[in-house]
Design a protein around this ligand. Structure first.
Ligand code: HEM
Length: 224
C-alpha cells in the first residue's frame, strides 16, 4: 500500500480502481431510479431501507472510495500541472480531449452536485414540504416518488441536475477508458474497444440520468 501511495503510477492506479468502483454504484443507482417510470420507486426505496447493513456497508465503501479518489486525483493533477513529464504515466494511445483536460473541473462539479443531492434526497432539507420522510403514500410508505417529482418540477433544481449530469458524462467519457488503460488494458488491439465501450457507457448513463428530470419538466410524469 505504501508503495502504491509513494509512486505516481501507484496513485493513478488508486484513482482508477476507486473510479471504477464508483461507476458500479452509478450503474446500480440509475437502474434503481428507473423504477420511477414503472411506479416502483417507493417499493424499491422501502426495500433498500429495510436492509440497513447493505446500505451502511455501501455508504462506508463508497465514502472511502470517494475520499481516496479525490485526494489522489488532486495530487496527480497537481503533479501534472507542475509539468514533470516523468511523474505521470501516459501511454501513446492517450490523446488530449476536452474531457481529458478538464477532469479536475468536471470532478469538482460532480462533488458539489453530490453535496446538493444528499441535502435534497437523503437529508431532505431542500424541499422539506415534499420530504419522503414527511409524506406517506396510500400504502403508508415514505413517498420518494412525490419527493422526486415535486423536486424536478422546479426548473432550477432540474437545471442543476442536468448540468451536473453533463459534467458526469464528460468525466466518465474520459475516466472509464483511462482507468482501464492505467490498469494495464492498453494494448494496441484492446484500446479501440476500451475507448468505444467507455464512450457508449457514459452516453447511456447520461441518458438514463437526465431522463428523469427531463420527463418531469416536460410534464410527462405528474405523480398520483
Ligand atoms: C436524476 C438523477 C438522480 C436521481 C433522480 C437520484 C435519486 C436519488 C434518491 C431518490 C436518493 C435517496 C434514496 C433514498 O434514500 O431512498 C438518492 C441518493 C443518493 N444518490 Fe442519487 N439520484 C440521481 C443522481 C445521482 C448521481 C449522478 C449520483 C452520483 C454521482 C448519485 C448519488 C447518490 C448518493 C451517493 C445517494 C445517497 C445514498 C445513501 O443514502 O447512502 N445520485 N438519489
Amino acid at each position: 500500500m505504501k508503495e502504491l501511495i509513494n509512486s505516481s503510477v501507484g496513485r493513478k492506479m488508486l484513482v482508477a480502481v476507486t473510479g471504477q468502483f464508483m461507476v458500479l454504484f452509478i450503474i446500480v443507482h440509475v437502474l434503481g431510479n428507473s423504477t420511477l417510470f414503472f411506479g416502483g420507486l417507493n417499493a424499491y426505496a422501502l426495500k433498500l431501507h429495510s436492509l440497513p447493513l447493505l446500505v451502511w456497508i455501501t455508504r462506508i465503501l463508497m465514502g472511502s472510495a470517494l475520499a481516496v479518489h479525490v485526494i489522489f486525483s488532486i495530487q496527480v493533477t497537481l503533479e501534472n500541472w507542475t509539468s514533470n513529464p516523468d511523474s505521470y504515466a501516459m501511454t501513446k494511445y492517450q490523446r488530449s480531449t476536452f474531457a481529458s483536460r478538464n477532469m479536475i473541473w468536471t470532478g469538482a462539479v460532480i462533488g458539489t452536485f453530490l453535496v446538493f443531492h444528499l441535502l435534497h434526497f437523503t437529508f431532505q432539507v431542500i424541499n422539506p414540504a415534499f420530504a419522503a420522510s414527511a409524506n406517506m403514500d396510500a400504502l403508508g410508505r415514505p413517498d420518494v416518488t412525490l419527493m422526486v417529482i415535486s423536486g424536478f418540477q422546479h426548473f432550477v433544481s432540474s437545471f442543476i441536475y442536468i448540468a451536473a449530469m453533463i459534467a458526469l458524462a464528460l468525466h466518465l467519457f474520459h475516466g472509464i477508458q483511462s482507468s482501464f488503460q492505467t490498469l494495464g488494458i492498453n494494448s494496441e488491439r484492446a484500446m479501440p474497444y476500451v475507448t468505444k465501450a467507455g464512450s457508449v457507457a457514459s452516453i447511456i448513463l447520461f441518458l438514463g440520468y437526465i431522463a428523469i428530470p427531463v420527463i418531469i419538466l416536460l410534464g410527462l410524469l405528474k405523480g398520483q
